[in-house]
Structures are given as structure tokens and as C-alpha cells.
Design a protein around this ligand. Structure first.
Ligand SMILES: [Zn+2]
Length: 231
């Protein structure tokens, strides 16, 4: 049997959090972890886009903020996350992608995890350098249909401009535009970087070399999560 299939029967029972600058591959690794262990991948970006698409009240409030490349208020994000992790499919654990980004959010998340019966999170910190991040982000394109992420340099589609899985059009998301990317990197350094020290001090953070290729990074990440998973 494929070992990935066997692993899917192991319960993570934790919140897995990816930290690292934009472009470090958090989204890709979060998706892979979710698939391997059969747990939900909770991307705040996907949640926002879902609310915008459905034109919910939260979506209408979040949209102009996202388009400016600014952080959506905690109250909106936490509301979406709390509703989501209370659903039954999150009981065996889940992966958070794009959250938390500030100390206040991390503290609020700790309370939320506590309230919903999850223990301490496992925080996977992807470490990468800025030049590499800019190159990755400049080439990033997202499938309009399924949300799959490609990169013109590192992970191009077989047919230019089209998703390998469904032929969907690949587009540059507003938050991947260069000016917005620079703003996101600045935000990261000011707001998210302190989280690394916060989680490190709590003993729940592990560093992962994010400069390696996608497969090698996954290999490191799987080994770490296997260690805490319960058969
Ligand atoms: Zn697609």
C-alpha cells in the first residue's frame, strides 16, 4: 500500500500552523499536508475569496481591504475560523494557512483552540530568503476554477496559461501584484516575524528549510507531522 494512504488514517488531532514570509510555499505545503492526513486545509485567503464570491456580509467588508493588500480585521477572520473549526470535519485536526499573522491573532487563536478542545498547535516555520521570494511571487498564477497555484519559473503548467487538472484560466491574483507583494513582505517583517519568537518560546515551533524544492520541503514537513500523529 502507498505510504501516503496509510498515513491518511493517522489522526493529527492538532492545529497545524505554517509561518513564513509570502512566497515561502506555505499554501502548497499546507495543501499537501491536508491531502496526506485527510484533514481540512483552512486558508484564510480561500475563505475570503469564498465569502467575496458568495457576496456575504463578511465578503463585502473584506473585499476592498484585500484589494488594497491590507490585513483584514481580526474580528472578521476569527469569526470565519471559529465557525469553520467547529465543524465535524475538523475534529481530526486541520491545517491553517495564512493565519495567524500578528501576536494578537496568535493569542486569540490560542483561546479559540482551547475553547474547541484542541491542544497546543504545531507550528511549521518555513525559512526562505527575500530574493527567492520575489522571484517566486512574481511568477505566481492561480487557477480560476480550482485555486491550484502554479509558478512560471518553478512549477509551470504543461500548457501556458491553463491549469493541468481542469484547463481553467491561470490568473494573477490581486494580492500577487508586485506593489502588493512588497507591502505584504513589509507587513510580514513588522507583524508576523514576532510570532516566530512567540511560538518558539512556547516550544511548539520547528524550523523547516523553505529554500529547498517543493518535494524536499514536503519530506521535512511530513516527517515532523508523522512524529505527532496518532495511529
Ligand atoms: Zn484548476
Amino acid at each position: 500500500m502507498d505510504s501516503a494512504v496509510a498515513m491518511a488514517r493517522m489522526a493529527v488531532q492538532r492545529a497545524l500552523i505554517f509561518l513564513g514570509p509570502p512566497g515561502a510555499g506555505k499554501g502548497t505545503q499546507a495543501r499537501r499536508i491536508a491531502e496526506r492526513y485527510g484533514i481540512p486545509h483552512l486558508s484564510t485567503g480561500d475563505m475570503f475569496r469564498d465569502h467575496v464570491r458568495r457576496d456575504t456580509e463578511l465578503g463585502r467588508r473584506a473585499r476592498p481591504i484585500m484589494e488594497r493588500g491590507e490585513l483584514v480585521p481580526d474580528e472578521i477572520v476569527l469569526g470565519m475560523i471559529e465557525e469553520r473549526i467547529a465543524r465535524p470535519d475538523c475534529r481530526q485536526g486541520f491545517v491553517l494557512d495564512g493565519f495567524p499573522r500578528t501576536l494578537a491573532q496568535a493569542e486569540a487563536l490560542d483561546r479559540l483552540l482551547e475553547a474547541h478542545g484542541f491542544g497546543r498547535p504545531l507550528v511549521l516555520h518555513l525559512v526562505a530568503d527575500e530574493a527567492q521570494l520575489l522571484r517566486r511571487l512574481a511568477g505566481r498564477r492561480t487557477c480560476k476554477l480550482c485555486g491550484a497555484v502554479y509558478n512560471m519559473y518553478d512549477h509551470p503548467p504543461k500548457v501556458p496559461g491553463r491549469c493541468d487538472d481542469d484547463g481553467g484560466e491561470l490568473v494573477e491574483r490581486p494580492d500577487d501584484r508586485e506593489d502588493v507583494v512588497r507591502q505584504r513582505l513589509t507587513s510580514y517583517h513588522h507583524q508576523t516575524r514576532p510570532l516566530v519568537e512567540y511560538y518558539r518560546a512556547r516550544g511548539v515551533l520547528v524550523d523547516v528549510d523553505g529554500t529547498a524544492d517543493i518535494e524536499a520541503v514536503s519530506h521535512q514537513v511530513f516527517a515532523l507531522v508523522d512524529r505527532i500523529a496518532v495511529p
